[in-house]
Design a binder for this molecule. Structure first.
Ligand SMILES: [Zn+2]
Length: 317
C-alpha cells in the first residue's frame, strides 16, 4: 500500500505535469535557430532526447500517454496493447484504422531558441523535431562540426542553423543548413531557462490518468480483447518498434490533429500542419568556418532576473 508521502508525491507529479511547458514546433518558412547545450550537469552529455506519444482516440475521447519504446527504447504497454489488438482485429478495417492511428511517431526533443522570433518568443523552448530532420540533417552536422573542433551548440562559439519548413500535412519537407559564421555569444545564464528534458519526459511517463485512459480506450476499440491479451504480458512488440518511417510520416498528420484537439482548444505552440520525417531533404552541411576567439560569458554566481536574460536575448535579433 502506498504511503502518505508517496500519495502526496504522486499528486504533486500530476500537478507539475499539467503545469509544464508544451513542446514547441518549427515555424513555417525559413527561420534561424540556436541549438542549446545539454541540460545535464555533465557538459559532455548529449543535448537531445528521443520521444514519442500515443494518442488513442475513440468515441470522441482522446487518451495521451508517453511511448516508452520511442522515448526510452523500453517495453511499452501501449505499443503492446496496440499490437495485440491489431492481431485480434485482422479483417476488421475500422478497428485496424483506429489502432494504427494510436501508434506513436518518433520525435527528438532539444532545447533551442528561434533567433528571428518576435522578442517575446525569443527564449529557450523545448522543441519537438521530426526524427528524419534530426537523423538526416542535424545529427550528421553536429558530428562534422565536433570532428573539426567546433561545437554547433556552444553558447559562446556556436552557430545558427537555418531550418526551412515547406509544404503541409503529409507533404511537409524540411531542410537545414548551418550559417557558416560564428553566431553571437549567448549568456551563460541562459542555461537556467532550458528545460530539464529528463524530468520533462519522466513527468509525461508519470501521467497515470493519461495511461489508464489510453489503455481503457484501446480496450474499448478492440471490444475488450486488448486488455486480456495485454495482461498476459511478455508479448513482444518488436513488430511495432520496427515499423517504418513512411508509416510514421503518414501518422504525423493525424497525430498532430489529435494532439491539437487534445490540448484544450489548442496551444499556440502546437501547429496545425505536422512534419513528415520521411520526406526530409538532406542539405549539405556548410563548411565550418574556424571559430573566432570569443570571450566566454562569465559564469553567473547570482541568479539573473528574467529581465537581464530577456535583455541579452533581445540583443540577438
Ligand atoms: Zn509505445
Amino acid at each position: 500500500m502506498a504511503s502518505l508521502l508517496e500519495k502526496l508525491q504522486q499528486r504533486k507529479q500530476q500537478a507539475d505535469a499539467s503545469k509544464r511547458d508544451k513542446t514547441a514546433k518549427l515555424a513555417d518558412g525559413k527561420h534561424k535557430y540556436r541549438i542549446l547545450p545539454t541540460w545535464r550537469p555533465d557538459s559532455t552529455d548529449v543535448n537531445f532526447h528521443d520521444f514519442g506519444m500515443h494518442y488513442v482516440k475513440h468515441a470522441g475521447q482522446t487518451g495521451a500517454y508517453l511511448c516508452r519504446a520511442k522515448t526510452y527504447g523500453e517495453h511499452c504497454e501501449v505499443c503492446e496493447a496496440i499490437a495485440a489488438g491489431l492481431f485480434a482485429a485482422a479483417g476488421n478495417e475500422d478497428t485496424k484504422k483506429l489502432l494504427e492511428e494510436a501508434r506513436s511517431s518518433g520525435r527528438v526533443l532539444m532545447n533551442m531558441i528561434q533567433v528571428d522570433a518576435p522578442e517575446s518568443e525569443r527564449r529557450p523552448k523545448l522543441f519537438e523535431l521530426p526524427k528524419g530532420l534530426f537523423e538526416n540533417d542535424i545529427l550528421p552536422t553536429m558530428i562534422t562540426y565536433i570532428e573539426n573542433g567546433l561545437d554547433l551548440a556552444s553558447l559562446d562559439k556556436g552557430f545558427e542553423i537555418e531550418i526551412e519548413k515547406s509544404g503541409t500535412g503529409k507533404n511537409t519537407e524540411y531542410r537545414a543548413v548551418v550559417i557558416p559564421v560564428p553566431a553571437k555569444p549567448l549568456p551563460a545564464e541562459l542555461m537556467q531557462k532550458v528545460v530539464n528534458i529528463d524530468e520533462w519526459v519522466k513527468l509525461e511517463g508519470a501521467n497515470d490518468q493519461g495511461r489508464s485512459k489510453s489503455m481503457m480506450l484501446l480496450s474499448q476499440i478492440t471490444g475488450g480483447a486488448t486488455g486480456g491479451i495485454a495482461r498476459l504480458g511478455g508479448t513482444s512488440n518488436a513488430g511495432l518498434l520496427a515499423h517504418n518511417d513512411a508509416l510514421d510520416a503518414e501518422q504525423d498528420a493525424e497525430l498532430a490533429a489529435l494532439e491539437a484537439a487534445f490540448q484544450d482548444g489548442g496551444t499556440k505552440e502546437i501547429e496545425a500542419t505536422p512534419p513528415a520525417p520521411a520526406a526530409v531533404e538532406t542539405a549539405p552541411a556548410a563548411t565550418p568556418t574556424p571559430a573566432v576567439t570569443a570571450t566566454a560569458a562569465p559564469a553567473a554566481t547570482a541568479i539573473p532576473s528574467d529581465e537581464d536574460v530577456d535583455a541579452l536575448l533581445a540583443a540577438l535579433g
